[in-house]
Design a protein around this ligand. Structure first.
Ligand SMILES: [Zn+2]
Length: 107
């Protein structure tokens, strides 16, 4: 079980770039992975930009069914929260970091 990190929004704001903050904490409209994809190192592991929880690894082929790029594979399902969202008129699954409940913008 992942222990949640709770911080006031101002703290997250300090940790993140304005762009990251908008996407990760304010449900910015940008789709995941469209703006910032940075591998932290050559291991192919992507970390949450806010709390550094490892979230994905680059995988050759992975059919997640969540709308995420098929070449990313969760490190562990427990590290992610999958939330049904039908607020945009179509059912889609939102993926959140399990530790800080940010929209993960890996770096
Ligand atoms: Zn996080």
């Amino acid at each position: 079980m992942i222990k949640k990190i709770k911080k006031p929004e101002v703290e997250w704001k300090k940790l993140l770039t304005p762009e990251q903050y908008a996407v990760m904490r304010q449900k910015g409209t940008e789709r995941p992975f469209t703006c910032e994809i940075k591998k932290r190192n050559d291991s192919g592991v992507f970390h949450c930009a806010a709390c550094h929880l490892p979230l994905f690894r680059a995988a050759a082929k992975f059919e997640s069914g969540t709308g995420w790029p098929s070449f990313y594979e969760p490190i562990a399902r427990a590290n992610l929260i999958f939330e049904e969202d039908s607020s945009h008129g179509m059912a889609r699954t939102e993926v959140l970091c399990a530790q800080c409940e940010s929209h993960p913008v890996p770096r």
